[in-house]
Write a protein that binds this ligand. Structure first.
Ligand code: ZN
Length: 77
């Protein structure tokens, strides 16, 4: 059972339905269902799910993207 949603985070004011998704073990961005504790790489990823409702693969995508944007050599245009 994943951690319950952290309702103090602003995302749950913006997207109240995200809390329900997390309680039901669903991924908010990709709609993946039946998310389990063991799907997450570590406690940080597990915690991130309770904050953002993103499964491990969605977290990987977002963090890869952010890393690339922080890279000075990366110019998407
Ligand atoms: Zn996902």
């Amino acid at each position: 059972m994943p951690l319950p949603p952290d309702l103090s985070k602003p995302v749950f004011q913006l997207f109240p339905q995200a809390a329900n998704s997390i309680i039901n073990g669903e991924c908010v961005p990709c709609g993946s269902t039946q998310i389990r504790d063991c799907d997450f790489r570590d406690d940080i990823s597990k915690k991130e799910y309770s904050i953002s409702g993103m499964c491990q693969s969605c977290q990987d995508q977002v963090f890869n993207m952010m890393e690339r944007m922080e890279d000075d050599d990366y110019h998407p245009w």
